[in-house]
Design a binder for this molecule. Structure first.
Ligand SMILES: [Zn+2]
Length: 462
């Protein structure tokens, strides 16, 4: 039994345009048997299914290479690391993975999560227990002293429930890679940025050149790809020289980094949606504003766009990702914003941005060679969109326009279900955003008026 998809227009993910009068034929195993002009398509047999998508723009399912399934839309690092048991985080991750799929994202990579959460979500979907997107899973980030995810004071360390795994020697790194490979991760995540900076403001890489080279060599020997978090120049350079497969952020890359990346063949996942959302959405009363971080994020964003445009012009492949899983990047909401940012701020054409979000990003995904393009032999992961993203990529953020989502040929529809974030995520003990000194209280005009009113009322009553 085959399925015949009659497309209003078909964007295969390899070209600059979408074509009208196209038909896609999907075999019983969910693979594309034919994608091309209706006139030269194989004839349907009795019992084959016909899908009339003649009103829609049919394109490969979207892909987000940077969605942390276990974070739970976190407001704090403690939300990510501490407050929910691993078992609950896994179930929650599955629920949120389905939100990504509903938004048209048929493949996501979860690059760094506590325990074996992401790979459990991946397996539960792959084994057919639940509907969901294809998941490429990492385990805990390899981090070292002062690395990202080693963010608690030394007397607390890196708890077992944290997204980080502290490795303080070469041997510990190798051991952790082997453990994760045995557990079945698709890729190894490394926290390459340190939290310390030089006097000139440059981030100091957490791992040395030799250390990251050893990590990459062993990961590749184990058949695993390597993805690093590297905003800083030094972290980006060391990662490229070590031959990592994917570099997240790379905001401060320079010419030397670009040359090293071109040599290694690494890709960049800019993940600009996260800082963009921080700047656009954080309100003045929130801790990130009160601590004065928003201006820094805005400046970093501008620098990053200048540098990343140079990287794009040099021919470095770029993949779309959003750091979804934080309160400013809730699952299923902003994944397609990265595509718009690629167009508006990095100088991509709409077609190139759509390819970045499909065929290019597939290059990092598990079994990626079978994904990302609508052509014979590949998996039939596709979406039917009302309107043309080639004319306006921002329509992909409008969930009402994502009319149908197919994974492996199968049309999947996840019931829309709300949830209470206070139960699901918010466990951290932050109770106030302000400091209520007498001066501040007077400035706000909150206490004295109410209190004297209450006392007066009481006196009058007696
Ligand atoms: Zn991330």
């Amino acid at each position: 039994m085959a399925t015949y998809v009659h497309c209003g227009s078909l964007f295969t993910g390899t070209e600059d345009t979408a074509r009208a009068g196209q038909l896609m034929v999907i075999d019983a195993n969910g693979r594309i048997a034919y994608a091309g002009p209706t006139a030269s398509a194989p004839k349907a047999a009795k019992g084959d299914t016909q899908l009339d998508y003649s009103e829609f723009f049919v394109m490969p399912g979207l892909q987000d290479v940077h969605t942390h399934l276990a974070y739970g839309n976190a407001k704090t690092e403690e939300d990510i690391d501490l407050y929910q048991p691993m078992e609950f985080r896994s179930i929650r991750g599955l629920f949120f993975a389905q939100k990504c799929l509903s938004a048209g994202f048929t493949s996501i990579c979860s690059p760094g999560d506590a325990g074996q959460i992401s790979l459990s979500v991946r397996n539960s979907i792959n084994f057919g227990l639940f509907e969901g997107p294809r998941v490429t899973a990492a385990g805990r980030y390899l981090t070292t002293r002062q690395g990202l995810t080693d963010w608690y004071p030394t007397w607390i360390g890196v708890p077992d429930t944290s997204i980080g795994r502290l490795v303080t020697s070469r041997d510990e790194s190798i051991e952790e890679i082997r453990v994760q490979a045995k557990n079945g991760v698709d890729c190894i995540k490394v926290a390459m940025d340190g939290v310390q900076r030089r006097p000139d403001g440059e981030f100091i890489a957490a791992f040395t050149q030799q250390e990251i080279t050893d990590i990459v060599t062993e990961s590749h020997r184990q058949g695993r790809k390597v993805v690093v978090h590297a905003r800083g120049r030094e972290a980006t350079l060391y990662s490229a020289r070590a031959g990592v497969d994917l570099i997240f952020h790379a905001y401060y890359l320079d010419r030397e980094c670009i040359d090293a990346i071109l040599q290694s063949g690494s890709a960049i996942g800019p993940t600009l949606t996260f800082p963009r959302n921080i700047v656009d959405f954080t309100r003045p009363t929130e801790p990130a504003s009160l601590k004065g971080r928003i201006g820094d994020v805005q400046r970093e964003y501008e620098t990053a766009c200048v540098n990343l445009r140079r990287a794009r012009e040099a021919g470095i492949p770029m993949m779309t990702g959003t750091d979804s899983g934080f309160a400013v990047t809730p699952y299923g909401e902003w994944h397609a914003r990265e595509i718009e940012i690629f167009v508006n701020d990095l100088g991509f054409t709409p077609a190139a941005a759509l390819r970045a979000a499909t065929s290019v990003t597939a290059g990092f995904m598990a079994k990626g060679e079978s994904l990302g393009v609508l052509e014979a032999g590949r998996a039939a992961d596709f979406i039917a969109v009302a309107g043309s993203p080639l004319e306006d990529v921002s329509i992909l953020q409008d969930k009402s326009r994502i009319r149908h989502v197919h994974v492996g040929g199968k049309r999947i529809s996840i019931p829309e279900r709300g949830y209470d974030p206070r139960q699901v995520t918010d466990q951290a003990w932050t109770n106030w955003n302000d400091l209520y000194t007498q001066e501040r209280v007077t400035e706000l005009g909150i206490l004295p008026a109410r209190r004297s009113a209450a006392i007066t009322t009481e006196r009058n009553a007696s």
